[in-house]
Design a binder for this molecule. Sequence first.
Ligand code: URC
Length: 326
Amino acid sequence: MGTTRTMYYGKGDVYVFRTYAQPLYGVKEIPESGFTGRNNVIFGMNANISLKGDAFLTSFTKGDNSLVVATDSMKNFMLQHAGQYEGSTMEGFLTFVCERFLETYSHIDAVEIKCDEITFDSVQVAKESGLSESELVYRRSRNEYGITTVEVARTENGTEIIKQSSGISDLQLIKVSGSSFYGYIQDEYTTLPEAKDRPLFIYLNIAWRYNDVTDAMGIDPLRYVAAEQVRDIAQSVFHQLENRSIQQLIYQIGLRILERFPQLADVEFESNNRTWETIVEMIPKSKGQVFTEPRPPYGFQKLIVTREDLKKERNAAANAAYTTKV
Ligand SMILES: O=c1[nH]c(=O)c2[nH]c(=O)[nH]c2[nH]1
């Protein structure tokens, strides 16, 4: 057990659409979000499955397929188990499938599954009673989507989740006013003009890890963190903060997420700067301007905000309040 070399194989682009999965309701309410749950009428994802284990070595070195689970069978395995999953989250479903793989094939050491949610939006339709939400028709969303990774390994006492993260990807947000970027190093390489108010367009990927992975499963919805709520926090903090840079913005979003969800250990950001290029600075009798898409290359930021950061910020705020009082 405990494969040390890099060796795995699997199947990507495994599309799973399960209808009428268990709804997810009863998540904790937070001020930044009106999200109350997912009906899971369509529980959809694009998965990537990897099987790991020393037993697979001879399939590479000797062409011995006697222990090979065909990747085509892996796809079937996951799809069949989608019909058996009784929970309401991708995290729970991936864990269930990983565990069933290990149970079924005793020579597998570990299974890793990553997946991107395939989201569908509800639509309003004309009914006899007027316009209301259809319970039959859904519109494929082209917006941000949840992601999750689960890896379960065989141990002496059964199985253990050795990797788990959840997230939201491809969130694209524009703030038309209230963002600046100035005060950076000015030297012979600097051509960027300082901006007191720029149209800040950002691409964001946010991922989070729980202190206790069982909270990620959604069995206790009050302890589950929904990607929709994290998205809504990011939007609210972007709205509220007169930001001085993307660096400052993502740190503040991270602090807010950790504040709202004490069950999380840390939050990881990948951001991309897509600030619109200004074409018409002044339009007479209007506060509007004209912009176009920026040209490459694009700036990026990467940051992990931890519970330690939140603790430091709280202490600093408490000290500042104390000093003002005295
Ligand atoms: O938010 C920003 N951070 C930077 O570090 C940077 N650098 C740059 O050219 N534009 C920006 N914007």
